[in-house]
Design a protein around this ligand. Structure first.
Ligand code: SF4
Ligand code: SF4
Ligand code: FES
Length: 770
């Protein structure tokens, strides 16, 4: 450790710390443009000049490492003169258009000029004119005249994200920031450069000219669009959310967001948002609809009891809302039929739960069916950061398609669709043939030989055995992996952790509130409905049409129930089966807690009120309770935070029972349809994102494209078990032959309608010409 003095205060910091960071520990702010802790030092802007005793010249605090006994002065005539000089240079060609700049009031050029700048400009020459409001892409605008050439944006895209789509072009005063070949930046992390830019040079297009800092309010929130639950600030104005920004959390989050999360907020005021109540498709006054639903409830409970009702929660409800619903359904109505709407059958036993801290310590990360870039994008950035600090990080993708990418290279182990669990079981058996966990898992059975090359199996077995900190990312689609993951954990002594990537993002919060989150619970409720054991089914934000894999069961269940009540923010698929529509409040409109994929509890504060007749859960629950002749007591005494768990949900230590694997899978000659998590999953319409949401989301290999007569993109008809689905496909070199991938949750291409497995394929051109 190194001890030094800054502005008369002593501080002790690790060797290698820069003066700027050491000062920050003392709460002393040194002005910086180019420096950002996540990107490391550069020394380009010279704004951070400080005086170090015994050094002949001013030093840059961001590139000068601390030394024992160093004495630093961050203020003083010499320092102030140096900073004033730097600012004078920066302002020579600056357009001084602060009154119309979106960043006005939030700009470090303004702040530092106010603090250190010269009272008067000395340059009378005409300023050099450059591009204003030029496009970086459909989300980000560049004003080249305001740029201070700090290179934060360029370095973030190139070094941090690994997609070098921004660059500095030109020389001297003509230097500008622009895109490579002047083409739109396509990365899905481009919005972060808006937050990183210390001045008004990179701006949000959707927020352009929408507000000034003094007439908006920012609230702390978390992104609801995938289970990463990135921390953000939400800006509301005139009843609408107009902007989201990343929110750094010291020692935990840098505040990165993916573009889907950053710009997908307009679903909250989208034209398709549910804002009126309706009964059997006819709009009604909110009070009338609520009373009517209350009467249905009363009728069912009085005639058959609370166990003739079913309650499925989904969507972006908070933990507190889930608890309100649970309290009403379970304690007041007395229903045992509670479930969480889920889009995959997998379940994660608590002892396996991994956190982002595990990613920071991992030496091996294995993707099980999931490509983090497309499913949980900011986890991809966390993995890249880990690789930067630990270059030997092993990354392995196991699935029926390639899951690793050029920006974060690893080894892909392609396996036959559906054989993932058995492949891992066989790999375990290689090193531990007599271990009871393996015996229990496989019950003496084997995967057919030839399914896995022996050298690959050996390599993987070594990794499972020798990794000091093993992390799996699991898409949950192959539920039998739950048993295999538990077996791996029981065999290994070193940390073995899993991060689940499935939706809804807050499924764990619903579980904490009392709703059983196992997939079987959901299936059981639907089966009861199908078998005529339920008279009323409540779907609280649960979009079963988009989420549940067996659509035939959904259809049968909902057709059989006397009353189907749907509360939500956008209309789901099966509108004609719904008897009452209750418009609900959503993210950004309620204050409460969300639980992310690492089981972390995070609070979000409401920024705006729900529109039209939309109401938060408590309003409906209070009214229903009254109709049943009770007073809703509220759930204020419910506190999801556990004194033992801190910000994480408490973890049980005992391992849960796990089942042996079912019979080893047999292959098929037919092409195989598989699916996976996708950050653009349906349910949240967005005009801002419409150009980024791929129009041809399904993927096939170049070999299959040739076979089926598809160019770069095309349309196919898939047939499975007598059901047909028309899909828009694009050719992807990462796809293996004979496999078709359709992401979950594409509203007009519901993969769960025909289910995954072998399919018959016809080119749609052939279908049309027949
Ligand atoms: S655009 Fe902003 S972040 Fe990029 S170099 Fe210019 S000032 Fe820095
Ligand atoms: S990674 Fe997920 S949680 Fe984070 S910003 Fe993107 S969509 Fe939102
Ligand atoms: S912040 Fe130190 S040189 Fe730019």
């Amino acid at each position: 450790m190194i001890r030094l003095t800054i502005d008369g205060q002593e501080v002790t910091v690790p060797e290698g710390t820069m003066i700027a960071d050491a000062a920050a520990r003392l709460g002393i702010e040194i002005p910086v443009y180019c420096y950002h802790e996540a990107l490391g030092p550069l020394g380009a802007c010279r704004m951070c000049l400080v005086q170090v005793e015994k050094m002949p010249k001013l030093a840059t605090a961001c590139t000068t490492a601390v030394q024992e006994g160093m004495v630093v002065h961050t203020h003083g005539p010499q320092v102030d003169k140096g900073r004033q000089g730097m600012l004078e240079f920066l302002l020579i060609n600056h357009p001084l258009d602060c009154p119309v700049c979106d960043k006005g009031g939030e700009c470090f050029l303004q702040d530092y000029t106010f603090e250190y700048g010269a009272p008067k400009g000395r340059f009378l020459e005409p300023k050099i004119q450059k591009v204003k409001d030029g496009p970086i892409n459909e989300f980000v605008l560049v004003d080249q005249e305001r740029c201070v050439l700090c290179q934060r944006c360029v370095r973030f895209m190139g070094e941090y994200v690994g997609e070098p789509q921004l660059l500095l072009e030109g020389r001297g005063v003509e230097t500008v920031v622009t895109t490579v070949d002047h083409q739109p930046a396509t990365s899905q992390f481009t919005g972060n450069v808006i937050d990183l830019c210390p001045v008004g040079a990179l701006l949000s297009k959707p927020y352009h000219y929408k507000a000034r800092p003094w007439n908006i309010e920012r609230q702390e929130s978390v992104c609801p669009h995938c289970p990463v639950g990135c921390t953000m600030l939400v800006t509301g104005r005139d009843g609408r959310i107009v902007r989201t920004e990343g929110r750094p959390v010291p020692d935990r989050e840098w505040g990165w967001l993916c573009d889907r999360g950053r710009f997908g907020y307009d679903y909250t005021y989208h034209a398709s948002r549910l804002t009126t109540s309706s009964l059997r498709g006819v709009s009604q006054a909110a009070a009338y609809t609520t009373r009517e639903v209350g009467q249905w409830l009363k009728e069912v409970v009085t005639q058959g009891g609370g166990d003739r009702t079913g309650w499925i929660i989904g969507g972006s409800h908070t933990v507190e809302e889930a608890r309100e619903l649970w309290h009403f359904a379970h304690e007041i109505v007395g229903s045992p039929n509670l479930a969480v709407s889920r889009n995959v059958p997998g379940y994660l036993p608590r002892p396996l739960n991994g956190t982002f801290d595990d990613v920071k310590q991992a030496d091996t990360v294995i993707y099980l069916g999931v490509d983090p870039y497309e499913a949980v994008p900011v986890v991809h950035l966390k993995l890249r950061e880990r690789r930067r600090h630990f270059p030997t990080l092993n990354i392995v993708g196991i699935g029926a398609r390639r899951l690793t990418r050029e920006t974060l290279p690893g080894e892909d182990i392609l396996v036959a669709p559906g054989s993932e669990a058995w492949v891992l079981a066989e790999v375990l058996r290689l090193k531990h043939p007599d271990h009871p966990a393996v015996a229990r898992l496989t019950a003496g059975r084997h995967l057919a030989s030839g399914q896995l090359a022996s050298e690959v199996a050996e390599r993987l077995a070594d990794l499972l055995d020798k990794s000091a900190h093993l992390v799996f990312l699991w898409d949950g689609l192959h539920p039998e992996l739950e048993s295999v993951l538990q077996a791996i954990q029981s065999i290994r002594t070193a940390p073995t952790k899993v991060l689940p990537t499935w939706r809804p993002s807050n499924w764990r919060g619903f579980e904490a509130a009392g709703f059983p989150a196992r997939f079987e619970a959901l299936t059981r409720v639907l089966q009861k409905a199908r078998d005529g054991e339920l008279d009323l089914l409540v779907l609280w934000g649960a979009d079963l049409w988009n989420e549940y894999p067996d659509q035939a069961l959904v259809q049968d269940a909902l057709s059989r129930v006397r009353y189907v009540v749907y509360e939500g923010v956008v209309p789901p698929g099966g509108g004609d089966l719904i008897d009452a529509w209750l418009p609900g409040a959503t993210w950004g409109e309620v204050t409460g807690t969300y639980v992310n994929m690492e089981a972390r509890l995070q609070t979000a504060t409401a920024s705006v009120n729900p529109p039209g007749q939309a109401r938060p859960t408590k309003t409906y629950i209070t009214a229903f309770t009254r109709t049943l002749g009770h007073v809703f007591p509220g759930v204020e005494d419910f506190d999801p935070y556990d004194p033992e768990g801190g910000d994480l949900l408490p973890m049980t230590t005992a391992s849960e029972e796990w089942e042996p694997l079912s019979e080893p899978p047999v292959g098929s000659e037919k092409p195989w349809l598989i699916t996976g998590q996708w950050v653009f999953e349906g349910g949240y319409p967005s005009d801002i994102l419409q150009h980024r949401r791929p129009e041809y989301p399904a993927r096939i290999s170049p070999e299959d494209a040739e076979k089926w007569g598809i160019g770069e993109t095309g349309r196919l008809q898939l047939t499975r078990d007598g059901k047909q689905l028309a899909v828009r496909v694009t050719v992807d070199a990462r796809m293996p032959e004979g496999v078709i991938w359709i992401p979950l949750g594409v509203p007009d291409m519901p993969v769960n309608f025909i289910g995954t497995g072998p399919v018959d394929v016809t080119s749609l051109e052939e279908v049309h010409s027949a």
